[in-house]
Design a protein around this ligand. Structure first.
Ligand SMILES: [Zn+2]
Length: 149
């Protein structure tokens, strides 16, 4: 199984970001630690980085300069960059083909893609494993409790 664990603080920060403009997509970066226990992958996200950039109603692109800033932030906080999140504005939180391509081409294996819908209060996450296959992640609190978004 694949688990994504958010601290309460990170959850609030991520949601607050998507509500800066809930009609347009926006995105940011996820930091923390990845652990493997047998067949399980557990990703603990304890920090995010974002800038006040917006895409359009159904698109957000992680441009090169933005990824550079995220890598600089990674060095600053000395944590692992685990992947990205983006909002889906007024649309449901479902990963599109573009999202899969973005995940696979830009961030490669061992990367998380999170999508949040401010309109529907939905959050989904997928993990691209080293076998090259995307797996749906179960989202939990750090105490392994069910997480309500
Ligand atoms: Zn998307």
């Amino acid at each position: 199984m694949y688990y994504l664990r958010f601290t309460e603080e990170v959850k609030k920060k991520l949601i607050k970001h998507t509500f800066i403009n809930p009609n347009l997509e926006c995105g940011g970066f996820l930091y923390g630690k990845l652990k493997r226990h047998g067949l399980d992958v557990i990703c603990d996200v304890d920090d995010i980085y974002y800038e006040n950039l917006t895409g359009d109603e159904a698109n957000f692109r992680f441009r090169g300069f933005y990824v550079c800033h995220a890598l600089e932030y990674q060095i600053l906080v000395n944590k692992d960059l685990l992947g990205t999140y983006h909002s889906h504005g007024q649309y449901p939180a479902v990963l599109s083909d573009v999202d899969h391509d973005e995940l696979q081409q830009r961030f490669g294996k061992n990367g998380i893609t999170v999508v949040y819908s401010p309109k529907y209060s939905q959050l989904v996450s997928e993990f691209l494993d080293r076998d090259g296959v995307s797996h749906r992640m179960k989202i939990l609190s750090p105490e392994n409790k069910k997480f309500n978004f």
